[in-house]
Write a protein that binds this ligand. Sequence first.
Ligand SMILES: NC(=O)c1ccc[n+]([C@@H]2O[C@H](COP(=O)([O-])OP(=O)(O)OC[C@H]3O[C@@H](n4cnc5c(N)ncnc54)[C@H](O)[C@@H]3O)[C@@H](O)[C@H]2O)c1
Length: 91
Amino acid sequence: MNAMSERIGVVTGGAGFIGSHMVDLLLARGYRVRVIDSLVGGREANLAHHGGNPKLAFERRDRQSIAQYEHHGGGCRGRQSHRADFVDLRQ
Ligand SMILES: NC(=O)c1ccc[n+]([C@@H]2O[C@H](COP(=O)([O-])OP(=O)(O)OC[C@H]3O[C@@H](n4cnc5c(N)ncnc54)[C@H](O)[C@@H]3O)[C@@H](O)[C@H]2O)c1
């Protein structure tokens, strides 16, 4: 697969329980995965079993710092975006 056709997944909250499983799934399906997680609740250890995988990139940052167009893939084909960082609506 060349760079133009490579599928990319963006998982906010990807160091959390649900998000890290989403990362596992996307990597298993051949995606390049970008995780954005502030580590307010999750742990990088949840992704440790992917250590050294060049298809996984981790960024410690708040998802709200991501421009809207970027969060939704900028309209690029082949991208998927997943959120696993939902806040408690009762707060
Ligand atoms: N675990 C379950 O069984 C379950 C079931 C139903 C619903 N949910 C809901 O799904 C969501 C995720 O659950 P979980 O168990 O994976 O929680 P989790 O705390 O393990 O994961 C959430 C992740 O999001 C990150 N995060 C939170 N706010 C962020 C922000 N602003 N920017 C970047 N990263 C941020 C946290 O650091 C954490 O890694 C929660 O809202 C939870 O209530 C979970």
